[in-house]
Ligand binder design. Structure first.
Ligand code: DC
Length: 229
């Protein structure tokens, strides 16, 4: 952004199941701000590549898909989730499957893919403010954010949360399988060379294991208030 007033950004990073998606949504609603679910863009890129028969191991081809991604996020009513459309097709549920998350994690390490999605993510920054949820929001995409939060929780607790979430969606999975997938994905997201999952140097880390969601929200709001003081 050049000149004028730059919209504030609160970044919420962390591994899957840390509660960042829920916190980001509640925070955006409370503040009346826009929201960026950056993971959805990686999931949509992977899904679009698969639908077009593009090889996920070909970074250049996948980056081409990312650049041309035709997506629309449609906000629902107060408690309704945002609907996601890929080339006019409702893929809200399809992008949330474990398979799609796994494929997203597979394409995410490629530098050209990340570069292709960078400006698209920054374009979400609009007044009155943006809550950005992801892995590298504080480190790479919005390094100038005045308020960076890194949420974490034990792998066991994250697997349990994911299990409950999938059960609610009518998907049946074994918890042991989810736990090993979560550990494998953490390993891949944290140890990749490009934009690895890690807290920014100026991020506040909160361990959400066993902490009710409204308490985590209160703490994040407190961090935001303290940054404005
Ligand atoms: O948050 P999520 O589970 O929807 O993300 C899916 C995958 O996308 C995750 O395994 C890693 C990747 N991702 C990323 O590399 N950078 C982001 N900012 C968000 C997601």
């Amino acid at each position: 952004m050049t000149g004028g007033t730059t919209a504030p950004v609160i970044t919420i990073d962390g591994p899957s199941g840390s509660g960042k998606g829920t916190i980001a949504k509640l925070l955006a609603r409370q503040l009346g701000w826009h929201i960026l679910d950056s993971g959805a863009l990686y999931r949509l890129t992977a899904l679009s590549a698969v639908k077009q028969g593009v090889d996920l191991n070909d970074p250049g081809a996948v980056a081409g898909v990312a650049r041309k991604l035709d997506v629309e996020f449609r906000s629902g009513q107060m408690d309704q989730p945002v609907s996601v459309y890929l080339m006019g097709e409702d893929v809200t549920e399809e992008i949330r499957t474990e398979t799609c998350g796994d494929k997203a994690s597979q394409i995410a390490p490629h530098t050209v893919v990340r570069e292709a999605l960078l400006q698209r993510q920054r374009d979400f920054r609009r007044m009155p403010g943006l809550v950005a949820d992801g892995r590298d929001m504080g480190t790479v995409v919005f390094p100038d954010s005045p308020c960076k939060v890194y949420l974490t929780a034990s792998a066991e607790i994250r697997a349990q949360r994911r299990y409950e979430q999938l059960k609610q969606q009518g998907q049946s999975v074994k918890i042991a399988h989810l736990l090993s997938e979560i550990k494998a994905r953490d390993d891949r997201d944290m140890n990749r060379e490009n934009a690895p999952l890690r807290p920014a140097d100026d991020a506040v880390t909160l361990d959400t294991s066993g902490i009710p969601i409204d308490e985590v929200l209160r703490e994040v709001l407190q961090i935001w208030s303290s940054k404005q003081a």
